[in-house]
Design a protein around this ligand. Structure first.
Ligand SMILES: NC(=O)c1ccc[n+]([C@@H]2O[C@H](COP(=O)([O-])OP(=O)(O)OC[C@H]3O[C@@H](n4cnc5c(N)ncnc54)[C@H](O)[C@@H]3O)[C@@H](O)[C@H]2O)c1
Length: 324
């Protein structure tokens, strides 16, 4: 099989490409990536170049998209602007990449008739909005969309567009909405790598507001194996949710990282809250488990310890990317 991966130099896309090339020695991958600040070609160092093609281009650019889709049967669409804080200070590029870029891919796929057998769209649980701390509910595939940030609104719009292209033009699509990922190659502006890289340098660990924001953390390789399960066994037109079945508060995550690194809790620093901060996300991924046979491998304790170790061992990757 020949796959087109968009955004394959980012965090999840690069973990996916590494995994897929080693698990499927017959397959080839084309990676279309614009190399924004989040796109790091070094994330893919050491992969088998004979089965890999890189197209440097923007998913909003019809010519680049046309070139990248040559000979491809399956598309896994990761490329996006992905940082909520950046969407608050500069939303426009989120609409361009996440909505218009997705549209450009769908249009090129439509022009190619039945060449492409599957378009898998990677989305987020943030499209469902926020749960309260008291709420016993978790998000399921049937939860109503209620995005609350420009990032999640742009992802919600792209999900709707992908479904609309199936209804209107019959394109063979699947969608997965995943909770917060963590693991190797995670850009240090994001919460967990920021805490780890700050702690490693004895810098303050910034915690938004009261620190009681709850996220459902999934190890990136459990997510990657979830995408694999959708590609192999997912039903066309369906949506699947993936989560980590864990709900620590942000301040709890920070304390665990400090403990793993033997650093003092005095590094915890409460800072002004994010605007419109979603209180809690939690995922019920029963459907993925029962219909796809997917299971998580990592507990949060093991995954976090592995991730901390990875950052300890790879300062040359993250040091040039750190922000204080
Ligand atoms: N990271 C998470 O916790 C998480 C959780 C759920 C869903 N997601 C979704 O997973 C996908 C990947 O997230 P990530 O964390 O790996 O993101 P990332 O920011 O690490 O990587 C994004 C990649 O897309 C590329 N890109 C950005 N704009 C582009 C454009 N216009 N054209 C081509 N390439 C472009 C970047 O260069 C980069 O390589 C996104 O769609 C995101 O919404 C992420």
């Amino acid at each position: 099989m020949h796959l087109l991966v968009t955004g394959g130099c980012g965090f999840i896309g690069s973990n996916f490409i590494r995994y897929w090339l080693s698990a499927y020695p017959e397959d080839r991958i084309t990676n279309l990536d614009a190399l924004t600040y989040a796109g790091r070609p070094e994330n893919l160092e050491g992969i088998d170049q004979t089965r890999y093609r890189f197209v440097h281009g923007n998913i909003c650019d019809e010519t680049a998209v046309h070139d990248a889709m040559e000979g491809v049967q399956t598309i896994v669409h990761f490329a996006a602007e992905s940082h909520v804080d950046r969407s608050i200070t500069g939303p426009r590029v989120f609409l361009e990449t996440n909505v218009l870029g997705t549209h450009t891919l769908l249009e090129e796929m439509r022009r190619r008739g039945d060449q492409i057998k599957r378009f898998h769209h990677i989305s987020t649980d943030e499209v469902f909005g926020a749960l309260t701390l008291e709420d016993a509910n978790r998000f399921t595939e049937d939860t109503k969309y209620a995005p609350r940030s420009p990032y999640s609104a742009s992802k919600a719009a792209s999900d709707h567009l992908v479904r609309a292209y199936r209804e209107t033009y019959g394109l063979p699509i699947t969608i997965s909405n995943c909770s917060n990922n963590y693991g190797p190659y995670h850009f240090p502006e994001k919460f967990i790598p920021r805490l780890i890289t700050n702690a490693l340098r004895d810098k303050p660990l910034p915690i938004y507001g009261d620190g009681k924001y709850v996220r459902d953390w999934i190890h990136v390789l459990d997510h990657v194996r979830g995408i694999e399960a959708v590609l192999l066994r997912g039903k066309e037109g369906e949506t699947y949710l993936f989560g980590g079945n864990v709900e620590p508060s942000n301040v709890d995550v920070a304390r665990r990282i400090l403990a793993l690194l033997n650093k003092p809790e005095s590094l915890l620093t409460f800072v002004e809250d994010r605007k419109g901060h979603d209180r809690r996300y939690a995922i019920d991924d029963t459907k993925a488990q029962t219909e796809l046979g997917w299971t998580r491998i990592y507990t949060f304790e093991e995954g976090l310890a592995d991730t901390v170790r990875w950052y300890q061992e790879h300062p040359s990757w993250w040091l040039p990317l750190t922000i204080d």
